[in-house]
Ligand binder design. Structure first.
Ligand code: ZN
Length: 461
């Protein structure tokens, strides 16, 4: 399992463009071979009260099977992606991609209804499910139509923010690792992007999800967002993007002196965290190595040398004090751009880094909520943006925790009505499913209201 996990991680951010049609055929051929063995790899086993006796070598397979049978919120998931109670093309023409345990991708799955999908998930036991676009033709019938006919029509506007893009500014962890200190960067990202999407673009139906390891996703599910073409998606990302990743330059943020009101609002948010997170916990002014990165941003040899000397003489001065030294130095040198340099520095060290290729292509796949991350075994759970500062990624339930909680519950005596309680309510998965249900209910209520209004309008005329 370990090898497969490390492969899967490499594939986590995979680019759609690696999947050309030839590759699809190869994949499909491999899958046929693989499927013959699926049942051998996932033996049937009764779950109730026998979980502890599962042999360790089968643990991951066994737990994933348990998850798909007893925890995955199929009904709510269907109501979300179907966007209404009556079955529609929103669901039947939607692409789902599965990654199987041996790292085989099966793209262009689509399902007539949620029961068919559930059966297929339980049969294949995918270690990852990705959601793609809604197409003109059922994705599973792709091969039967002319490729010019097969076009993506709609998909949620999605955002992917990954902690590895913060490696240049965080000092506590790097790569795939996260801790509660650097997670605050994700809290800031959620607050900034959530406010912009609601207040600047008027979107209402935003589902924020923890990716299971080191980042967050946002699914903007308003009908207006789902119908956006690639150009409009690009324009929105361009509007939100302040930091261009990639090139190794010391100053990545250079904003106009007068900020757009949207960025002023973002600045108010990020300023609340800059002192405690960047100067405090991340200690960016505590060592010459990291304070020199900050001083390089200012691009003024005099200021850099003066502050470097000053801080080397008293390196234990607090980050907050050193930040004040920097502000004083800019003031003393009468730099005309002194206000905007300090402000842009704050942006560079706090503002969300967006993975724009995920957002701008309508047919780009993104990992589904309620997958289980194969490395961490954590469930990809929704986050309530209103209280995202309380979200603790390290406390998100893992598969083994859920199975223990279920065992503990089932081992106790319960009356008949207790036994009918859905399994997720017996575990720490409950609050996350409730966030998801609330999000989906709001979508359905709006849809029903529109239907009623449409019916009334047609009666009036
Ligand atoms: Zn960290």
């Amino acid at each position: 399992m370990t090898d497969q996990n490390s492969e899967e991680l490499k594939n986590e951010d995979f680019d759609m463009s690696i999947f050309d049609d030839d590759m699809d055929d190869d994949i499909i051929n491999q899958v046929d071979d693989h499927l013959a063995n699926v049942h051998l790899q996932t033996p049937e086993r009764p779950f109730k009260k026998s979980l502890i006796s599962a042999p360790p070598e089968d643990d991951q397979v066994f737990l994933l099977r348990l998850f798909y049978q007893r925890f995955f919120p199929y009904k709510t998931y269907f109501n979300w992606l179907n966007y209404g109670l009556d079955i529609s093309k929103n669901f039947t023409h939607r692409e789902f991609s599965f990654t199987l345990p041996s790292d085989i991708y099966i793209r262009y799955n689509s399902f007539a209804n949620i029961d068919v999908m559930k059966k297929e998930i339980e049969r294949l036991q995918p270690i990852k499910i990705d959601i793609g676009a809604v197409y003109t033709v059922k994705p599973k019938d792709k091969k039967t139509v002319n490729e010019k006919v097969f076009k993506p029509l709609e998909k949620e506007l999605v955002f992917d923010i990954d902690m590895t893009d913060y490696d240049e500014i965080r000092t506590c962890c790097s790569g795939g690792d996260i801790c509660n200190k650097c997670w605050t960067f994700m809290t800031i990202a959620i607050k900034v992007i959530d406010a912009a999407l609601r207040e600047d673009f008027g979107f209402k139906h935003l589902l924020w999800v923890y990716s299971g390891r080191r980042g967050v996703h946002c699914w903007v599910s308003d009908e207006r967002a789902r119908k956006l073409d690639n150009e409009s998606r690009k324009a929105i990302v361009g509007f939100l993007e302040v930091i261009k990743g990639g090139a190794e330059v010391s100053r990545k943020v250079k904003l106009p002196y007068i900020l757009h009101p949207s960025l002023n609002r973002s600045l108010e948010i990020v300023k609340m965290y800059f002192g405690s997170l960047v100067l405090g916990e991340q200690e960016v002014l505590d060592t010459p190595e990291s304070w020199n990165k900050v001083l390089d941003f200012i691009n003024d040899a005099d200021i850099k040398n003066d502050l470097n000397d000053q801080w080397n003489e008293s390196p234990s001065r607090s980050g907050i004090d050193k930040w004040q030294d920097l502000r004083n130095e800019l003031e003393r040198k009468k730099r005309p751009d002194r206000e905007s340099v300090a402000r842009d520095l704050i942006f560079q060290y706090t503002y969300p880094r967006l993975d724009d290729k995920v957002s701008v292509q309508i047919n780009h796949l993104l990992k589904s909520p309620f997958c289980v991350h194969p490395k961490t075994q954590r469930v990809c759970v929704p986050i309530n943006p209103e209280v995202c500062e309380k979200f603790d990624p390290l406390a998100v339930p893992t598969l083994s925790k859920l199975s223990e909680e279920l065992n503990t519950y089932d081992a106790k005596d319960h009356n008949d009505s207790d036994r009918k309680i859905p399994d997720y309510k017996k575990t720490s998965l409950r609050p996350y499913i409730e966030i998801f249900e609330k999000f989906v209910n709001n979508l359905i209520i709006e849809k029903q209201r529109e239907k009623r209004d449409d019916a009334q309008t047609s009666m009036e005329f």
